[in-house]
Write a protein that binds this ligand. Sequence first.
Ligand SMILES: Cc1cc2nc3c(=O)[nH]c(=O)nc-3n(C[C@H](O)[C@H](O)[C@H](O)COP(=O)(O)O)c2cc1C
Length: 347
Amino acid sequence: MWKALAGIAPALTVNLAPSHRDGLVLRSPVLTASGTFGFGDEYRDLVDLSRLGAIVTKTVTPEAREGNPTPRTVETPAGMLNSIGLPNPGVAGVLREKAPIWPELPCPVVVSVSAHDSTSWTALAGAFDGLPNVCAIEANLSCPNVAGGLDFSATPEAAAATVAAVLAGTELPVIAKLSPNAGDIRPIARAVEDAGAHAVSLINTIVGLVVDVERRRAFLGAGSGGVSGPAIRPVALRFVYEARQVVDVPIVGIGGIASTEDALQFLLAGAAAVQVGTATFRDPRTAETITDGLAAYARDHGLDLLQEIVGTAQPATEASAAEVDLEDVAVGEHVVAPDALEPAGGA
Ligand SMILES: Cc1cc2nc3c(=O)[nH]c(=O)nc-3n(C[C@H](O)[C@H](O)[C@H](O)COP(=O)(O)O)c2cc1C
């Protein structure tokens, strides 16, 4: 079992799994995003991990994976495109090579997992129970860069079945990481909550493409990839905002977060916590800096708990999320009708 360490700023404390028997109390709502922070040991000398809520590992699969052909990344406007293909040592390799380091890390570890059928989801999820300092499982239902990866959160039924398989294997809190590529997030978020997920994280990367004009073909070895970074932030925010309207479990916001203000936008939209991904490549200490910024914001605004602001940018509603009828929520109802826009107004 993992042990909560003394808080860095009590106002930042968050429980990411209030519906779990043990809860998931973290000292900061700032985590690192899967695939951008290795397995923890890679950054431990660069970042003060004791200031983070938790790290989320690279996604672990049942078998070792080599990953996709190179090139695997390319820069895009305000972001990057990647198709890494989940290279990792597989569950046996991770347990042998990575897990022994986790008890030494001064923050808890969320293990990201992805498998291919319900039996392997269950077995994989259970492989980390009881490991020191492992605090939760993040089920990556959403990787666009492996065959079938998207399928797990493409429909509410598939997402719910996968979460059920994960829960069957582990006693740890389960965070369901959803894909933005399925379209309307609300039925899927609702389905994974109903299936028992203790929290929802969103979003993974958005499928995109860069073409190499000299080679006259897709730039990445795998063809298309996933866009991440500031370019996707407004999209991610909208997903969090809409998901908050239909689920009660905590939401972890991910997508282009690079500053304290970015993180605050996600909290105000309805996320209880955030993950920092691509921004770590530019400055490994981004998550740490945001933690400090959030502590300063709480202090400057007289907040005993930063969680008081979560979702306060939502329109006022009397119904709890669980009571919202998805049939009554018109898709894109917040979008301003084109004829209501000023002509030639702004960029
Ligand atoms: C190079 C790279 C590798 C990634 N690998 C994973 C992964 O293994 N598992 C996963 O769930 N998400 C993975 N992601 C997605 C991130 O965790 C995150 O959801 C996404 O990049 C959006 O956040 P960001 O804009 O802050 O990067 C990866 C992203 C990048 C850029």
